[in-house]
Design a protein around this ligand. Structure first.
Ligand SMILES: [Zn+2]
Length: 293
């Protein structure tokens, strides 16, 4: 599938520069770049059972979203390339968009990657590493196997980390958070043979301490959710994304791209998020529970 991989943007990043970035430089650099929508998808399937179902987007709807982006002149880039550009280590196309897929569903390779590549886009798949196997299970909603992750990487889709067990990183014990940051990076790098540079927080949750540790561990950028458009002033370790659901029409996406109904990052945490965190932390304090899905 290497022939599908050519993107309009990848060639603008000097490969030599990818390995020399240090954390302090990332924090200091501010470039004046245009607003960049970062789209957050999950499964790409007609139906997904269980609580993940509402996050599933059908292949037809994803196709409509991507066609809209092409019509509007957008070029799909990876989160890694966006982070590098915002650090002054690369340039962006005229109208960049970052398309991302969370949780590592196998349909990202089999349904989404062809649609993305056909349009000359790059994209990013944030993968949770716990439970990844070498054999595909007989389950229509299954996760990627290790060999499929390698194939995805070869397709020009950035493979990035989404924690190991998909826990709430603003509430869990620090020992668990440490593992969520370090372990998926090591597992993915061992499999792929190159650096894993970006991360997405499960549920979008993080704290200043988590973000600091992420930078120390060698990540260049990370994504939350926030339902906002990312801008040049956005925090590189907590970039805003727009979450797309199975009910998000192309018309609604078009309004969001124009700034209608969305915020501009950086933007403060919403009150409901703070209240929800207090309730979740109380839950951890009382029961020590750890959500894994
Ligand atoms: Zn997730």
């Amino acid at each position: 599938m290497q022939s599908m991989i050519e993107t309009k943007f990848q060639s603008t990043i000097d490969p030599e520069m990818r390995s020399i970035v240090d954390t302090d430089a990332r924090r200091d650099v501010r470039l004046s770049l245009a607003t960049v929508p970062i789209l957050c998808y999950h499964a790409v399937a007609d139906s997904v059972s269980g609580p993940d179902g509402k996050f599933a987007v059908s292949p037809e709807l994803l196709r409509a979203h991507l066609d809209l982006l092409v019509e509007r002149g957008y070029t799909g880039i990876s989160v890694h390339d966006l982070a590098l550009a915002r650090m002054g280590l690369g340039s962006l196309p005229e109208r960049p968009v970052a398309v991302t897929f969370d949780d590592g569903f196998a349909d990202v390779l089999h349904e989404a990657a062809p649609l993305v590549s056909e349009r000359g886009f790059a994209a990013t798949a944030f993968v949770t590493t716990d439970g990844i196997t070498d054999r595909a299970e007989n389950d229509s909603n299954r996760k990627l196997t290790w060999s499929e992750i390698v194939e995805l990487d070869h397709c020009g889709i950035e493979v990035a980390a989404h924690g190991h067990r998909h826990i709430e990183m603003d509430c869990a014990p620090w020992s668990a958070i440490e593992r969520e940051i370090v372990l998926p990076k090591k597992l993915l790098e061992d499999q792929l043979g190159h650096r894993i540079a970006t991360f997405a927080y499960p549920y979008g949750y993080s704290t200043p301490e988590v973000r600091e540790r992420l930078a120390e561990a060698g990540y260049l950028g990370a994504c939350g959710v926030k339902h906002a458009l990312s801008t040049a002033n956005d925090d590189l370790l907590d970039m805003a994304r727009l979450r797309l659901l199975g009910t998000t029409s192309a018309a609604k996406l078009e309004r969001w791209l124009e700034g209608d109904g969305v915020r501009m990052a950086p933007c403060g945490e919403r009150m409901i998020t703070r209240v929800w965190r207090i309730r979740r932390r109380l839950g951890y304090a009382v029961s020590g529970r750890r959500r894994t899905q």
